[in-house]
Design a protein around this ligand. Structure first.
Ligand SMILES: C[S@@+](CC[C@H](N)C(=O)[O-])C[C@H]1O[C@@H](n2cnc3c(N)ncnc32)[C@H](O)[C@@H]1O
Length: 240
C-alpha cells in the first residue's frame, strides 16, 4: 500500500507530498539539522564525495528541496548544478539561500518532476538525490528518468534513510523515530502529518539490496550501498 502524508485526503501521493513540503518549507532546514543533531551534514558530505572520481562538470540534483545537497555538491567544483523539485515552497526557500550565499551563477533551482524530468537524455555527468526517492509516487519511473538524463559513464548518487538492523540501536532509534521525532516535528512545523509520514515512509521503502535491485532494474551498473550511522541512512551509487 502507498504511504501518503494525509491519509484522509483523496489526492495522489505526488500532490500530497508537494503540499506537505510546501507546508513545512519554512521550518525544513532547521528541523533537518535539529532532529538529526546535525548528523545529516556529514551524511551529505560523504555522499557527495562518492562523485569525486568522475569529477562531474554538470550535475542535476533531483528533489532538491531547499538546495542543501546541491550546495554541498559545489565542493566537486562543477561548472553548473541544476536542482529540480515539485514543491514551490521548498524551491523558494532554496533560492533565497542560494542568493544570500551569492551562488546564483553556479546553482539554479527549477520546478520539475523526477518522474518526467524536463531535460533531454544524456545531459548530466551526475545526478544526485538526497532524501527524495522515498517520496516519489512512482519509484521505477523516477529512477528510469534519472538514468535517461545521465550521460553514458556518468553516475547517480542517492542518499536515503534506511532501517538500522543491529540490537540495541535498532530498538532505541525506532522509539525515537516513531514516538519522539513526530511530536517535535509536529510542534515546530505545525504540520500534523509530516513527521508521522517520515517514519512510515521509511518503514515501507525498499532499502539496502532491495534498493540496489531497483537501481539495476533502471539500468545502472556497478551499484553499491554504504550504510551510515548504524544503518540510519545509506548511500547508493551506480553508473550508466
Ligand atoms: C526530504 S526533502 C529533501 C530535500 C533535499 N534534497 C535535502 O536533502 O534536504 C524531499 C523533497 O523531494 C521532493 N519531491 C518529492 N517527489 C518529487 C518528485 N516527483 N519530483 C521532484 N521532487 C520531488 C519534495 O518536494 C521535497 O522537497
Amino acid at each position: 500500500m502507498t504511504v501518503v502524508p494525509y491519509k484522509e485526503e483523496r489526492a495522489g501521493k505526488k500532490e500530497q507530498v508537494a503540499k506537505m513540503f510546501d507546508n513545512i518549507s519554512h521550518r525544513y532546514d532547521f528541523l533537518n539539522h535539529f532532529l538529526s543533531l546535525g548528523i545529516d551534514k556529514g551524511w551529505r558530505k560523504k555522499a557527495i564525495k562518492c562523485l569525486q572520481p568522475i569529477q562531474p562538470k554538470t550535475i542535476l540534483d533531483v528533489a532538491t528541496g531547499t538546495g542543501d545537497f546541491a550546495i554541498q555538491a559545489l565542493s566537486l567544483k562543477p561548472n553548473k548544478i541544476t536542482g529540480i523539485d515539485i514543491s514551490e515552497g521548498m524551491l523558494a526557500v532554496g533560492r533565497k539561500k542560494i542568493a544570500s550565499q551569492k551562488l546564483d551563477n553556479l546553482v539554479e533551482l527549477k520546478s520539475g518532476d523526477s518522474e518526467n524530468i524536463p531535460f533531454a537524455e544524456n545531459n548530466f555527468d551526475a545526478v544526485t538525490v538526497a532524501f527524495g526517492v522515498r517520496n516519489f509516487e512512482n519509484l521505477e519511473k523516477g529512477l528510469s528518468e534519472i538514468y535517461r538524463v545521465i550521460k553514458p559513464g556518468g553516475m547517480v548518487v542517492v542518499l536515503e534513510f534506511s532501517r538500522p538492523r543491529s540490537f540495541p540501536f535498532r530498538q532505541i532509534y525506532s522509539f525515537y523515530f516513531k514516538f519522539i521525532l513526530p511530536k517535535i516535528g509536529r510542534f515546530i512545523s505545525s504540520d500534523k502529518a509530516a513527521y508521522t509520514y517520515l517514519p512510515e515512509s521509511v518503514e515501507a521503502f525498499p532499502d539496502g539490496d532491495a534498493f540496489l535491485d531497483r537501481l539495476k532494474n533502471a539500468g545502472f551498473k556497478n551499484t553499491k550501498c554504504k550504510t551510515l550511522t548504524f544503518g540510519v541512512s545509506s548511500i547508493y551509487s551506480g553508473t550508466k
